[in-house]
Design a protein around this ligand. Structure first.
Ligand code: OGA
Ligand code: FE
Length: 275
C-alpha cells in the first residue's frame, strides 16, 4: 500500500446547507452527463479515516458497512450476461452468509467511472458528489412494491417480516487510488442530519436522503480497494429496533492522488434482503 494511504484523507464533501431552496435530485443517465442537485449545498472539509486500521471489524447493523474479501469468477464486470449468470448468484450466496438472510433479490447494477472518457466508452455514471443515502423510510418499501409489481400478491407477506436494502460496491478496474467511496459511521449520524429529497429518475420518481453536516460525524474509507473486495453497506432496513437503517456515503477527490492515477471504475449492485 502506498505510504499516503496510511494517513487520514482530508477531503471536501458536499452537504445540504439548509432548506431554503426546493430539493430535487436528478441522477445522471450515464455516458458523460452529470448528476444534478437542486437545492442549497455547501462543501465542508472532512477528515476521512482509514477503516482498515481503525475499524477492523464492522457490522451492517452498527456502523452500517462491512468489507468482505471476494474473488469473483467474473473477469469482465462490464459484461451484463456475466453479471446475471455468474456474479449475481455469487453475491446472493455471499450476502446470505454475511447476514443470515433467507432470500436475496438483486434489482440494480450501476457502473461508475471518474473518467469522462470511460463514462462515454461504457455508458457509465459519474461518482457521487453529495453525501446521501439511497432510500428513505418511505421509498424502501416502495422499491419492494415496484420490484414485485408482476406478483403483487407476494408483497403483503414480504412486508410482514424484516427486509433491508444492501448495496454491494466493488472496484472493477485498477485498485482505487482516487475518488474512493466514503462512508459515515451510522452511529455518528443524528436523525435530523438526513433530509428526504425527490429522486427524479428517467424511469421512476423515487426518494433518497441527503445529509447536513455536523462535526460529530465520523467518516471512513478503505484505501486502495481492489477487485477482490466487496463493500456491503445498508441503505434501508424495515426494522425499527435501534439497529442501523441508513448509511450516508459519497465519493471525493483525494488531494494526495497523483494526477495520472488510474480512473476509478466501480460496480454497485443493489440487493433486497429478506430475513
Ligand atoms: C452507491 C453510491 C457512489 C459512488 O453505491 O450507492 O452512491 O461514487 N456510490 O460510487
Ligand atoms: Fe448511493
Amino acid at each position: 500500500m502506498s505510504q499516503f494511504a496510511q494517513q487520514p484523507l482530508n477531503a471536501e464533501l458536499k452537504f445540504l446547507a439548509d432548506l431554503s431552496a426546493p430539493l430535487v435530485y436528478v441522477p445522471s443517465k450515464g455516458g458523460g452527463d452529470q448528476t444534478e442537485h437542486l437545492g442549497n449545498y455547501r462543501t465542508h472539509a472532512v477528515e476521512i479515516h482509514n477503516a482498515r486500521e481503525q475499524l477492523p471489524a464492522t457490522d451492517l447493523d452498527r456502523e452500517g458497512f462491512k468489507l468482505l474479501s471476494h474473488d469473483s469468477a467474473v473477469s469482465d464486470f462490464y459484461d451484463d450476461a456475466a453479471l446475471s449468470s455468474t456474479y449475481h448468484p455469487e453475491l446472493i450466496e455471499l450476502i446470505k452468509r454475511a447476514t443470515g438472510a433467507r432470500r436475496v433479490e438483486i434489482f440494480d447494477d450501476t457502473r461508475r467511472s471518474s473518467s469522462s472518457a470511460k463514462q462515454r466508452e461504457h455508458g457509465t455514471r459519474d461518482p457521487a458528489n453529495i453525501v446521501h443515502n439511497d432510500y428513505t423510510h418511505e421509498s424502501g418499501p416502495r422499491r419492494l412494491e415496484d420490484f414485485f409489481s408482476d406478483s403483487p400478491d407476494q408483497v403483503p407477506r414480504l412486508k410482514q417480516r424484516r427486509f433491508a436494502i444492501i448495496n454491494a460496491w466493488r472496484p472493477i478496474g485498477e485498485p482505487v487510488v482516487d475518488h474512493p467511496l466514503v462512508l459515515c459511521d451510522a452511529r455518528s449520524v443524528r436523525g435530523d442530519d438526513l433530509v428526504a429529497v425527490e429522486r427524479r429518475g428517467a424511469d421512476r420518481i423515487g426518494e433518497l436522503q441527503v445529509a447536513m453536516y455536523q462535526p460529530d460525524q465520523r467518516w471512513y474509507y478503505y484505501p486502495r480497494m481492489h477487485r477482490g473486495e466487496v463493500l456491503l453497506f445498508k441503505t434501508y432496513d424495515s426494522a425499527l429496533d435501534g439497529r442501523t437503517r441508513f448509511t450516508p456515503h459519497s465519493s471525493c477527490k483525494d488531494p494526495r492522488a497523483p494526477a495520472d492515477a488510474a480512473p476509478r471504475e466501480s460496480l454497485e449492485t443493489r440487493c433486497m434482503v429478506f430475513f
